[in-house]
Design a binder for this molecule. Structure first.
Ligand SMILES: *Cc1c(COP(=O)(O)O)cnc(C)c1O
Length: 387
């Protein structure tokens, strides 16, 4: 039996080039970047070179980039850090209804425990948000709006520039979770005109446990952690130097391969979706077909549960996700599909196939053989599916 990984949106293997770049900082160059001696200085140089590389990719100043432990921390720091600074004057925040839990939950925390007003910006059936609708929600009490760039479950890509402009026209700040988009499509904080932006390494062939938050110069933000002067006191804690080197290298490789990877994903995606629709009845692709990262394919199979399909495919050696990896195990349909207004029965039968750099047509052919068998078997015993 083959082992086929189609869950690249949950995490990716580390690119061999990234491993090579990191190794010296796990071996000899292990110094603490805050130490003044030569071991520390060597680590500090590597840390700052990495910062420079990442800053150049997203088009910001080195001073505007803060290392964190990943996407979850960057999102929490953006939402809670900005809210804390502005709360006496502005206690309203808006987040997208289909955000990652790393944005939704801190926003709900502000609402339930810290007297913030919270609005969720609706999405349409394609998973897209309207800039006009957003503009109408922003008031003079709104301190922050957070809308993700590319959705982890559907791959749907928002028009961040238009959304940020709508928010700025009403004098609020704009954060975007660009964890899934960075490295895969153009992410430029100046062009988008965003105030804060989150990214992480392990979704783009870098190591787990390292990410970054861009905070535009002049934006005020409280820290979540206390205990040192690392990252200008905004994120104290001994720097993860090897991780930072890995994140920078992962972005460098992603940039170099961006067009090739994108084309590869697009070809495989067209092929896979076409075949699934041709061989299995009662299926639907969730989210915009046009405004989508092509490697992410969220497909619903009517009348059966996504979790059962996942288990059936797992027995065939195929790794996929039913909705979001973070909510696997729950039988409720994903909040992202519900936010888009996907019919509940379809939402329950959703599977996310997410391909990557090393996915091949042969692997997809193997999946295309196993998938109809799994779906048919489950439909035969389904109490709700009728042909
Ligand atoms: C994975 C992911 C996160 C969380 O990032 P971690 O580095 O795993 O903490 C946040 N947002 C999105 C869109 C993601 O896909």
């Amino acid at each position: 039996m083959e082992n086929i990984y189609l869950d690249y949106n949950a995490t990716t293997p580390v690119d061999p080039e990234v491993v090579e770049a990191m190794l010296p900082y796990l071996k000899g160059g292990f110094g603490n970047a805050s130490s003044t001696h030569m071991f520390g200085r060597e680590a500090k140089v590597a840390l700052e070179k990495s910062r420079e590389m990442i800053a150049s990719v997203i088009n910001c100043q080195n001073e505007e980039l803060y290392f964190t432990s990943g996407g979850t921390e960057s999102d929490n720091l953006a939402v809670l850090g900005v809210a804390d600074k502005y709360r006496t004057k502005k206690n309203h925040i808006i987040v997208g209804s289909a955000e990652h839990h790393a944005v939704l939950e801190p926003a709900e925390h502000l609402h339930h425990h810290l007297d913030f007003e919270l609005d969720l910006l609706p999405a349409n059936i394609d998973g897209l948000h309207s800039a006009d609708e957003l503009k109408n929600l922003v008031t003079d009490k709104t301190c922050l709006v957070s809308i993700m760039h590319a959705n982890n479950e559907t791959g749907v890509v928002q028009d961040i520039k238009a959304l940020a402009e709508a928010v700025h026209s009403k004098n609020a700040l704009f954060h975007t979770d660009a964890v899934q988009a960075t490295g895969k499509i153009k992410v430029d904080v100046k062009d988008f005109d965003v105030d804060l932006l989150s990214l992480t390494a392990h979704k783009i062939y870098g190591p787990k446990g390292i990410g970054a938050l861009y905070v535009k110069a002049g934006i005020r933000m409280s820290p979540l952690f206390f205990g040192g002067s690392h990252e200008k006191k905004r994120r104290p804690g001994t720097e993860n130097v090897a991780g930072a080197v890995g994140l920078a290298k992962a972005l460098e490789v992603a940039l170099r391969r961006q067009n090739d990877d994108y084309k590869h994903h697009q070809e495989l995606s067209e092929y896979f979706i076409g075949k699934v629709f041709a061989t299995i009845p009662d299926v639907q692709l969730n989210g915009s077909r046009e405004h989508r990262l092509p490697h992410t394919m969220n497909i619903s199979f009517r009348g059966i549960e996504g979790e059962s399909i996942l288990l059936g495919l797992d027995l065939e050696g195929i790794a996929v996700s039913s909705g979001s990896a973070c909510t696997s195990g729950a039988t409720e349909p994903s909040h992202v599909l519900m936010a888009m207004g996907v019919e509940k029965l379809m939402g329950q039968g959703a599977i996310r196939f997410s391909m990557g750099r090393w996915s091949t047509k042969e692997q997809l052919d193997y999946v295309l053989k196993a998938l109809p068998k799994v779906v048919n078997r489950l439909r035969e015993i389904s109490p709700v599916y009728n042909k």
